[in-house]
Structure formats: C-alpha cells, structure tokens
Design a protein around this ligand. Structure first.
Ligand SMILES: Cc1ncc(COP(=O)(O)O)c(C=O)c1O
Length: 464
C-alpha cells in the first residue's frame, strides 16, 4: 500500500464522517470511559503488530471517527471550536507532512510568507494598515497569545523585569468575566493571580469609568502598579463585548496598556453588520484573535496583533547562538515574537479557508451564526418556562430551564446521554445556565427549537 492509497482510504472515511455528521443522524458526542475506548480501538494489538496501514488503517480510523465529538453535527453546540472547513483539514495534512517549523524563515519560507500575509490581512481588518508600524504573530492558541501580549505589555512598562525578575508590585486590571488564561498568565509571569483587580459586569458611560477607576484605585491603594488592562471582545461565558472605545480612553488617562481579548469575538470584524461591536479596537495596544473559533479553521491558529510591532519585537530578550545571528536571508524570522520555538505552519490553515470561502464567504458565515443565535434567543425567551439572562451579541446564548442550578446540570447530562445535542453550562451572576455556542454551519433554527423543548421536557420530568 502506498501513501496515496492510504490517503485515498482515509479521505473516503472522512468524507463519509463529514456527511453523516452534517445529517445529524449519529450521536454528536460519546462519553465512554477511557479504558473502553482504548479497548475498542485495539491500541495494544496495533502497537504489537506495528504495521498499521491500508484497509486496517482505514478500519482503525473509522472506529476512531465513530468515537469523536462531531463538530459538523447540527447538535454540536458546546464549545468555541470551529467546525473546520474541509480546506483547513487538508492544510493540516500538508503542513503536518512537510513539518516546516516556520518561526525561522530558512526552515519554512513558504509557511513564513503566508503567515506574514495572513497577519497583514488581519491587521487591515483592525484598521492597522500598512506603514502604521503595526505587526503580529500567529500562536498556538488564544491562551498563549494573551500571555504573549501581557509579556509585551510588561516589557514595555519596565524592560528591566526581563533580566531582574518581576517586581512584587505589578498588577493587572481585567473584567471579572475575562477568560481564565488572563489570571493564568498573571500566575506564570510571577504577577500573581491575586494581583488581577477586576471590575464586574458591562457598565457603560460614567458607571464604566467609575467601576474601572475603582479597580485601579484599589490596586494603587494596595501599593501596586497596574500596567495593563484586559477587555473582552467578547466574554467567554455570555459572549458580551466590552465598550472598547470608552475603555481605551480610560487606559490612556491612567497610562495603561490596553489588551483586547478577542479570541472568540474579533471575527465580528469581518462582518459589516456586526463589526461595530468592536468600535475603538484600533485604539488598543494588542488584540488576540482566534481563527479556530469563528473562522472555520482547524485548531490551533491564533493571531496576536499589536499596534506597534516594536513592542512585540522587544517583548522577549533571548539569545540562542544557533538561531539568533546575523545572516543574509530574503525573509523574516518571527521566533523572537513568540513563546514557541518550533511552530506549525498556522497561517496555511487559515489562508486556505479564506481563499476557499473568500472574505465575503467568511463574513457571511459569521453573520449567519450571529443572526441564528439571535433568532434562537427570540424563540427561547418566548417559551414559557425558559429564561435567558442576556440578549446574545454573537453566537453564544445562555438559557435556563425551570429548576435550580443542579437541575441545569442534570438536564445537560440527560441531553448528552440522548446524544442529539452537545451543550455546556456557565455561571452568570450567581446562577448556572445552559449555554450554547452556535458554530456548526449545519445548525438550523428547527434544531434549536427542538433543543428548547427537549430541555424543558427534561426539566419538567426532573421535577416530577
Ligand atoms: C475570550 C477567550 N480568551 C481566550 C481563550 C483561550 O483560547 P484558546 O482556547 O485558543 O487557548 C478563550 C477560549 O475559550 C476565550 O473564550
């Protein structure tokens, strides 16, 4: 059997998997115990035989696929992970096989060139166009991009921290609804989780500057020096956007670096209809933007964009004689801008989707998912017994079935056991809600209506 035969066999399996998933017929999610999966896949036997290929490989992949979570399924509503466009999957095959670690130009010139091209395209969507001095880099995920942004912010604030270590009086300001990776970055950087001072909710106008001012005042009152503020575009739990223009003004007033965590919601910048949600983003210092959430790109593929490329160029001060030295080359090394050394050809994953769908196609996808989520909200809030804590601003919707928090968790468990829907939960305020992220292009309003009534039915029977 040749490579080509194996690829043909595997692509047939994937094609079948894709069509079955999109039809909604199979279960969307499996929750088998690990040891059963290991057994079902015959892992031990395959290891001993050591010659997996041809029809045996196809059979193995078929079984593997039958045990996956089907992101293209109309009932796939749990998490912020793209249902990848087939082009993205093909790109991961190509980059996996060529394996060019492109953070050093000479090790992956094609991949590095595509990354620069894709980053420039993303910068233009922010309004940071050519010649403005803006720049960026692709990273393996939004958590890493947030960490990188905060390292850049700290180096900008006090470049000595890199060599001398983190002083004990640094602090961050962040929305209480920010992603946990912000607190984790504070831990990693030696700032300390407890030195992240928060404001709660999404106040506007005077109340916003008052709330953020209180958080800053609290930090200073504790003898801390806040150096950066993290705003959400949008929040993970409810998908709500912070008012960026107003926050940028507050940051300027207090001399704070503004990092916008747009891991989930920055893709609204592609949409003429929804980009106003990020009004003022061009005033930020840095922006995290995940393509593997709302741009139909296989994981991981995140852009960290900065208004001034110099801030990223000087974020990490590292020396490695075998990599960092003067050399003649017709391209650009991005190694000094990232935590990673070996880095996959992330730009290729996004580029092929962009080229397959076109900017208009991707924007249309974002519009479709956002609009569908709003229609679902209108439907859900008019179903007696269901309630929604906030009107959705993107493709995330929280809702609650009759009963207490424990009921919501049991309803989710039962829905997962049914196998038609995969959804998550989130705490909003002090109550737990069921939560959906409408990401699959196959999900229709009729699927969401079915979910609403099934959740209601399960909550009612739970009471009885
Ligand atoms: C707002 C926000 N920031 C950061 C992240 C982390 O991104 P990643 O999963 O790509 O590390 C998430 C993930 O859900 C998110 O919603």
């Amino acid at each position: 059997m040749s490579f080509l035969d194996d690829v043909r066999l595997i692509s047939e399996e994937l094609d079948q998997y894709y069509r079955e998933s999109a039809s909604g017929d199979p279960r969307v999610v499996h929750q088998l115990p690990m040891h059963e999966i290991v057994k079902k896949l015959d892992l031990k036997a395959h290891l001993e035989e050591g010659a997996l290929g041809g029809s045996a490989l196809a059979e193995f992949i078929r079984r593997y696929l039958s045990l996956t979570v089907r992101l293209h399924h109309p009932g796939s509503l749990a998490h912020q992970v793209a249902a990848p466009h087939p082009a993205a999957a093909l790109a991961t095959l190509v980059e996996g096989f060529t394996n060019n670690p492109m953070a050093i130009y000479e090790m992956g010139p094609a991949a590095a060139s595509i990354e620069v091209f894709v980053v420039d395209w993303l910068l233009s969507k922010v309004g940071w166009t050519g010649g403005s001095g803006a720049g960026g880099v692709l990273t393996h995920g939004g958590s890493l991009a947030n960490l990188t942004a905060l390292v850049a912010a700290r180096s900008h604030f006090d470049s000595a921290t890199w060599t001398k270590g983190c002083p004990g009086d640094l602090a961050l300001i962040a929305s209480a609804d920010c992603h946990y990776s912000v607190a984790r970055a504070a831990g990693i950087m030696g700032i300390g989780e407890k030195n992240v001072y928060s404001w709660t909710g999404t106040p506007s106008g005077d109340a916003l500057s008052e709330e953020i001012g209180k958080a800053i005042g609290h930090a200073r009152g504790d003898g801390k020096r806040p150096f950066a503020l993290v705003a959400n575009a949008c929040s993970t739990a409810t998908g709500v956007y912070d008012p960026l223009r107003a926050i940028a003004g507050i940051c300027r007033e207090h001399g704070l670096w503004l990092h916008v965590d747009g891991a989930h919601g920055a893709s609204a910048l592609l949409s003429l209809k929804h980009r106003w949600r990020l009004d003022g983003v061009e005033l930020a210092d840095s922006l995290t933007w995940d393509a593997h959430k709302l741009m139909r790109t296989s994981g991981l593929c995140t852009a960290l964009l900065v208004r001034d490329a110099k801030t990223l160029d000087t974020a990490f001060h590292q020396d490695a004689s075998y990599l960092f030295h003067s050399k003649q080359q017709p391209g650009f090394d991005s190694l000094h801008r990232t935590v990673e050394c070996t880095k996959a050809a992330l730009g290729l994953r996004l580029f092929v989707v962009l080229a397959a769908l076109g900017e208009r196609g991707l924007a249309g996808y974002v519009d479709r998912q956002f609009d569908l989520t709003l229609q679902a909200y209108e439907l859900f809030r008019n179903v007696p017994g269901l309630e929604c804590p906030v009107e959705p601003q993107c493709n995330i919707l929280c809702f609650r079935a009759p009963g207490d928090d424990a009921v919501q968790l049991r309803v989710r468990d039962k829905l997962l056991a049914d196998g038609d829907f995969h959804l998550s939960t989130a705490v909003v305020g002090d109550r737990r809600y069921l939560r959906i992220v409408v990401t699959s292009p196959e999900t229709k309003l009729s699927d969401l209506r079915r979910l609403a009534f099934r959740a209601l039915e399960l909550a009612e029977t739970d009471k009885a």
